[in-house]
Ligand binder design. Structure first.
Ligand SMILES: NC(=O)c1ccc[n+]([C@@H]2O[C@H](COP(=O)([O-])OP(=O)(O)OC[C@H]3O[C@@H](n4cnc5c(N)ncnc54)[C@H](O)[C@@H]3O)[C@@H](O)[C@H]2O)c1
Length: 250
């Protein structure tokens, strides 16, 4: 028996990093999983990993920054597995690195459309499906940068602060209808997002910002996601949970 038995879950950006770790752990706890990503081969690899471990998963390609894709994704998920109980809005990008006065406009538009509008579009279609299913849980992946600034990342910081606010709003609106909505704020986590965008020197510098003395692992974030998605978190809604090795204590 897992803590997500009989549930149907949807994870965006599930082809890599935190999303893949979440999809695997959600499956290990007994849920069927809709794996979604823009990257088809990466998403299908996650499905393979789940199936090899005896779980049940299905891949649907969708662009998180498209309202139409989010609508299609939820419709197809419900069609395939018969409902929706847990949604993890995780797809995200880092974006360019530049100060606000020099930030590329197209970089701003891209980061906001995936990291912020993507979460709104997700919830816009997930909530009606969850109401039909009799309730559910939404976990939005924010960041420590949803609480504090970080030089040269204005779009990312603005988007993640927005995710924390959107989460509170949806929680306020739907918690009385059995939909809980929470956000998770990872510190810097060892995923391709970090590995591909930062030099070894920059990564070493980041370690010193985490009192625990290392970066996090995707599995450590997935633990929080699974708990929030489960009935163990039945009185938890509208909240922000840091999984950050103490980053925000400073
Ligand atoms: N890695 C970190 O240090 C860190 C820290 C805090 C928050 N986060 C957040 O966690 C989430 C996952 O990050 P990660 O580190 O696992 O990244 P990652 O790059 O390893 O994985 C992101 C996944 O999202 C997918 N994706 C990108 N754009 C998409 C789109 N438009 N539509 C659908 N899928 C798309 C990618 O194909 C990829 O599979 C992001 O929201 C990120 O902002 C990451």
């Amino acid at each position: 028996m897992g803590i997500l038995d009989k549930k149907v879950s949807l994870v965006t950006g599930a082809g890599s990093g935190i999303g893949r770790a979440a999809a695997l752990k959600i499956s290990a706890e007994g849920s069927k999983v809709i794996v979604s990503d823009l990257n088809e081969s990466a998403g299908k690899q996650t499905v393979d990993l789940i199936e090899k471990r005896g779980g049940s998963a299905f891949f649907i390609k969708a662009d998180a920054s498209s309202a139409k894709d989010n609508e299609m994704l939820v419709n197809e998920a419900v069609k395939h597995f018969g409902g929706l109980h847990l949604a993890v809005n995780n797809a995200g990008v880092g974006g360019p690195s530049a100060p606000t006065g020099e930030y590329p406009i197209e970089g701003w538009d891209k980061v906001i459309s995936i990291n912020l509008s993507g979460v709104f579009y997700g919830m816009r279609y997930q909530i009606p499906a969850m109401l039909k299913a009799g309730g559910g849980s939404i976990v939005n992946i924010a960041s420590i940068l949803g609480q504090v600034g970080f030089a040269n990342a204005p779009a990312y910081v603005a988007a993640k602060h927005g995710v924390v606010g959107l989460t509170k709003n949806a929680a306020l609106e739907y918690s009385s209808q059995k939909i809980r909505v929470n956000s998770v704020g990872p510190g810097f986590i060892n995923t391709p997002m970090i590995e591909n965008n930062l030099t070894l020197e920059m990564r070493t510098g980041l370690v010193s910002m985490h009192p625990i003395g290392r970066l996090g692992e995707p599995d450590e974030v997935a633990e929080m996601i699974v708990w929030l998605g489960s009935d163990k978190a039945s009185f938890v809604t509208g909240a922000y949970f840091a999984v950050d090795g103490g980053y925000l204590t400073k």
